[in-house]
Design a binder for this molecule. Structure first.
Ligand code: CA
Length: 703
């Protein structure tokens, strides 16, 4: 049994299957005031009620039926046209600082009072009586201008809504104190590193030109063997010439050496202090629990107490990566927040920003009971404002949306449209999984709706599971690990997975990422009776497929040197000992590192692997017939996509034994075999019969 308002004078009341409506005694209260019913009609178990007067949204409403009293859920009312007509606010919100005065604006049409609190300290544990300024309301926006230079001070909002009073941090805050518990009053211009204005904005023509490498700020430098001074910090990624004791290049140098184009960094917005205490960041957490969306995480800064430090050091990191030709894709988590209680959105405007089911309960598609409501216009605006802020202020080059399937299509397309208006190509892609959340399936930003979001790409779980086996089944094998009968599926993914996508640019091809087992650990489980050598061959072949398939390749950092998390498949709060990149493994597995480097080099030098539409792929890519079982071979012909190689031949042999294959007669220059990969010719093949070793790839070209 539940009830919700869907307009200022319209309510629906839904009863259980076995109950009946009793009109006598049915009462509706708005605060203490009884509302009179103008009309009602009943359809099966739903009663539609029209009221004689409007609901005052600053007060809770309730419905009494027989002996039960229900709180009326306002979430659908907040979506109504009338609500948006009255209260949607299109201008900027947050803090507007100048050295003469500071203006503060916060939106909450349901709040009865909002008071601005100004503090000297950014630490809530320091006892202090704040200065209090009562804010004035106009159409749901509370604002105040405070004279004087407030720089260096901190602020919060004391919000009273539905008779509860909470202290909240401004969701639009661009700086915060320690642990993100107070907004900081800063002059953003003072956070720019020297010559920031000369920071090069990098250019990627099409998504398929990108080679994405996923890592975390903490994992890349934290290992004792990293040779990096600022371990676990933004600054760790500004250090060059870092080496392990075995003289292996690490961190930034390793990334440059791999030749990737885009670094995808796991959350670096301010995440919850309950996950990682900024005062003492001993505890490890990936950070998929957003606290302040527009502020960098403090535990990655050398001084988390200083609001400017975290901003400046992040910009230094970005500056440094850009100067090495590396673009940065930010992992953003707008789909849910850290907690629904103690959440700033909920404290400021309860019942608006987090998605509710019709019965008023929290939508739980994320598994965290606090999905955000991108379909609510002011939440949509918040997400768009936030993404634009990061792109502009921090010069970011792309955004990877966590659980993008919880967002609606309109929001995602508007984000891309707004980013396009900045006049440079910015990547937008995400996890388009279809999760259980109350928005219509046709409106969800899921892979099945990819055609409705033409400029947004999707993680391709089909290629991931096809190559190495299902991620949720420890023991399931894939093409490279011996499952068999996957040849025709493999042809699909080699061709950029046409069908539900509009173009190969929409396919983010990968075999592993931070979620689930590492690639090496997967084979440790699924192929535990095979030799170490065979498992290593599987690792090589997996990304040989990813790096040559049509689409956008993404690598998980460390898979190039057989990264292990010791079988831990969800290491979100495991220790550094599990998560940190172990540079000794790079020393031990240089063969695989070099193999991947060679493949990356080939992909970057040869546009034939980076076609941007299915038409070209269909015209130029031709599969070889009469291949043995578990072997797939193909040609890319006609100097495809302006390639200097006239014809490219690629053969994947997933059998454990070597296999003889008939190929078109031509002198072929072999550049990839089971051992090495690169642009240099290994040998000339002038026979139409070649032997391809077990679990390996051959790649050859003819001019
Ligand atoms: Ca934090």
């Amino acid at each position: 049994m539940y009830s919700y308002a869907y307009d200022f004078n319209k309510i629906k009341f839904v009863i259980d299957e076995n109950s009946y409506f009793q009109i006598i005694g049915l009462q509706i209260y708005n605060g203490d005031k009884k509302l009179s019913i103008k009309d009602y009609n009943i359809h099966e178990k739903t009663m539609e009620i029209i009221l004689n007067e409007e609901i005052n949204i600053k007060k809770v409403s309730s419905l009494t039926h027989e002996d039960k009293t229900l709180t009326i859920n306002y979430f659908p009312l907040f979506q109504s046209e009338e609500f948006n007509k009255r209260f949607y606010y299109e201008n900027e919100l947050g803090l507007f600082y100048s050295n003469i005065s500071s203006t503060f604006k916060v939106w909450s049409p349901v709040a009865s009072t909002v008071t601005l609190l100004i503090y000297k300290s950014g630490d809530t544990l320091v006892s202090e009586n704040p200065h209090r300024f009562k804010m004035d309301e106009s159409k749901g926006v509370f604002s105040i201008a405070v004279k004087g230079d407030l720089k260096g001070m901190f602020y919060s909002y004391e919000v009273t809504a539905f008779e509860k009073t909470n202290i909240a941090v401004d969701p639009y805050a661009k700086g915060v104190g320690i642990n993100g518990e107070r907004g900081a009053i800063i002059n953003l211009e003072e956070t720019n590193p020297l010559n920031w204005e000369t920071d090069t904005l990098l250019f990627t023509k099409s998504y398929t030109d990108a080679i994405i490498y996923e890592t975390s700020i903490r994992d890349i430098s934290m290992h004792p063997e990293s040779g990096i001074t600022n371990k676990g910090k933004f600054l760790g990624l500004t250090e060059i010439n870092t080496k392990s004791t075995k003289n292996i290049s690490t961190g930034l140098d390793h990334i440059i050496e791999m030749g990737i184009t885009h670094l995808q960094l796991m959350p670096f917005f301010d995440f919850s202090y309950t996950s990682v205490d900024e005062k003492n960041p001993e505890k490890y957490n990936w950070g998929y629990d957003p606290q302040n969306y527009n502020v960098p995480e403090g535990s990655f800064a050398t001084n988390p107490y200083s609001p400017k430090c975290r901003i400046k050091e992040l910009k230094e990191m970005i500056f440094s990566l850009h100067s090495k030709g590396i673009s940065i894709n930010m992992d953003v988590v707008y789909n849910h927040v850290a907690f629904h209680n103690n959440n700033n959105f909920e404290k400021i405007f309860p019942g608006y920003y987090l998605r509710r089911n019709l019965d008023g309960s929290f939508s739980n598609g994320s598994g965290c009971s606090n999905d955000t409501a991108s379909e609510q216009k002011m939440m949509r605006k918040f997400i768009i404002d936030s993404v634009l802020f990061w792109a502009k202020e921090y010069h970011l080059d792309g955004f990877r949306f966590d659980l993008m399937g919880l967002h609606d299509i309109d929001t995602m397309n508007l984000i891309k449209e707004n980013l396009n208006s900045l006049g440079r190509p910015i990547m937008v892609y995400g996890e388009g999984w279809n999760l259980d959340t109350p928005i219509p399936i046709v409106s969800k930003a899921i892979k099945a709706n990819a055609r409705k979001t033409p400029e947004i790409s999707y993680f391709n779980d089909f290629i991931r599971d096809l190559v190495k086996g299902n991620v949720f089944d420890l023991y399931e094998q894939g093409f490279v690990s011996g499952k068999g009968k996957l040849e025709s599926d493999l042809k699909e993914v080699i061709s950029g997975t046409p069908g539900i996508l509009l173009s190969p640019e929409q396919s983010i091809n990968y075999v592993s990422c931070h979620d689930n087992s590492t690639l090496w650990d997967k084979f440790q489980d699924s192929n535990r009776y095979d030799s170490l050598t065979d498992r290593m061959k599987m690792v090589k072949l997996s990304n040989a497929i990813i790096l040559t398939s049509q689409g956008v390749p993404l690598l998980h950092s460390g898979e190039e040197f057989l990264r292990t998390k010791f079988g831990e498949h969800n290491s979100f709060n495991s220790s550094d000992a599990i998560n940190a990149l172990n540079w000794d493994l790079k020393y031990q597995n240089q063969e695989v590192v070099n193999y991947y480097k060679g493949l990356i080099n080939i992909r970057k030098s040869h546009p034939a692997f980076r076609m941007t539409n299915y038409h070209d792929i269909q015209n130029n890519l031709e599969f070889l017939n009469n291949m043995p079982e578990n072997v797939v071979g193909y040609l890319i012909k006609n100097n495809a996509n302006k390639d200097t190689w006239k014809t490219i031949m690629v053969i994947f042999n997933a059998n454990k034994y070597s296999t003889w294959i008939t190929v078109p007669p031509s002198p072929w220059n072999l550049v990839v075999n089971e051992l090495t990969a690169g642009l240099e010719s290994i040998k000339l093949i002038d026979s139409d019969r070649i032997e391809v070793p077990g679990i390996s790839m051959y790649l050859a070209y003819s001019l």
